[in-house]
Design a protein around this ligand. Structure first.
Ligand SMILES: [Mg+2]
Length: 431
């Protein structure tokens, strides 16, 4: 037996506002940040669990405190019972009635729970000597459904439904793992499309994205329609008439405004419109989906829990589901989200970028391909070429695909010297 001896948090902020990397219609000057946590144990293997919540800048003031608030649940506890029953551990953490009052199951505390759940998965995968995607992919259907809290889902997805989905995918697992190792998982890139970039930079990066083999690019839209028309036209000229180009409004619009704006861009054939309005407005998304069809609506990076995804799917509000590794309460809740998408037959194209989101979320898509949906067609993981150098196991993206990590763990471990160098001191360090 070993015990958890500490939950160490760090406030890490990168000065991305200085280069306008990550700028969009709602976030003009983001500082990509991580509320970082290390779960330390007294085990002889000296394995620690690393994880984080992605925030932008001042969000860390609150998010780090949220993670610290969970120390009382974990420090001093025996580790093995927590790891052996991750479903039970998840339910215990989301069930703290005093903290639950702040949500329930949404916002800062829910993401804080996600951080410690993911840190425990990091330990579990490192102990198993496997990357997370592979550890999950080799669990039995029964073990996988035991990880999921079906509370509030059963009018759309029951434990039996989930077992049926997972059992149907069981036969092809070995073959699909081999396919994944050989050809990777499709990727698209958002790097050309940040709103703060000049037209010249957009054109250069769009050209580079195609040369690098990406299957899609994405443009930020929603600040000024004339600018959007000009930028989209330039991207079309560079990429040609058939190359998929998605657009992302980052929650900028009212419902009617979204429909008008997207239809004004329809001549450029957007592959999808992402986050057209408030992420909480399920019926609004459904109205937009009807109003802009056949252009597809995508959302999810700010969907705060599995119940939001359930309703988006039930309302036929989305045709593309965008899970995020750190928005919900960790691996367990994202398995519920993957199962919901599989049940409704909607492709999952995860949100990534930020700090370490690519490193983290690739494991979930790869697990989905091997053991849940069994499909890569129509699916791709977002990729942004920023900040990977700070991670112990950076993504391996080439030829337009994510290639599966072999390092044991969740991929969320940051280099020790990066943690020290970018710990927030009240002002940005010199680059
Ligand atoms: Mg987005």
């Amino acid at each position: 037996m070993s015990r958890i001896v500490a939950l160490e948090t760090s406030d890490i902020r990168f000065p991305t506002s200085l280069s306008l990397d990550g700028s969009d219609a709602m976030n003009p000057d983001p500082d990509y940040s991580a509320s970082y946590v290390i779960v330390r144990t007294d085990a002889d293997d000296e394995i620690a669990g690393h994880s984080f919540v992605f925030t932008i800048g001042r969000g860390n003031d609150v998010q780090v405190a949220g993670i610290d608030a969970l120390a009382g649940h974990l420090v001093g506890r025996e580790l093995e019972p927590l790891l052996d029953d991750m479903g039970g551990t998840f339910r215990e953490l989301i069930g703290d009635s005093q903290l639950r009052w702040l949500g329930p199951e949404k916002g800062v505390m829910h993401m804080a729970i996600g951080a410690v759940i993911n840190a425990l998965w990091d330990i579990k995968a490192k102990r198993a000597g496997m990357p997370l995607w592979q550890l999950l992919s080799r669990m039995t259907p029964e073990q996988i459904v035991d990880l999921v809290d079906f509370r509030y889902l059963t009018n759309a997805l029951t434990r039996e439904d989930a077992l049926e989905i997972l059992r149907a995918a069981e036969a092809g697992r070995t073959e699909r793992e081999a396919q994944l190792l050989a050809t990777g998982y499709p990727a698209y890139t958002t790097s050309p499309g940040w709103l703060g970039y000049s037209d010249e930079k957009l054109e250069r990066l769009a050209r580079e994205a195609m040369a690098d083999g990406f299957g899609q690019i994405k443009l930020k839209v929603g600040a000024d329609l004339e600018d959007d028309i000009r930028r989209f036209r330039k991207a079309r000229e560079v990429c040609g008439p058939d190359f998929p180009i998605a657009i992302d409004a980052n929650q900028r619009w009212e419902v009617a405004e979204a429909i008008d704006w997207v239809n004004a861009l329809a001549e450029f054939h957007p592959a999808w419109i992402e986050e057209p309005t408030s992420p909480d407005d399920i019926l609004g998304h459904a109205e937009i989906a009807r109003g802009v069809a056949p252009i597809r609506v995508a959302t999810g990076e700010h969907a705060q829990n599995r119940m939001i995804f359930k309703q988006l799917l039930q309302a036929e509000a989305i045709s593309v589901m965008q899970i995020d590794a750190v928005r919900v309460a960790g691996v367990n809740e994202n398995i519920a989200n993957l199962l919901l998408a599989a049940k409704f037959g909607v492709p999952v194209c995860p949100h990534a970028g930020g700090v370490g989101l690519c490193e983290a979320v690739q494991h979930l898509s790869m697990f989905d391909f091997v053991a849940v949906s069994g499909a890569r067609e129509g699916r791709m993981i977002e990729y942004v070429d920023h900040l990977h150098e700070h991670f112990v196991t950076p993504t391996d993206v080439h030829d337009g695909a994510y290639f599966p990590p072999a390092t044991p763990g969740t991929g969320m471990e940051m280099k020790a010297d990066s943690i020290v160098a970018y710990t927030w001191t009240g002002r940005h360090v010199e680059a």
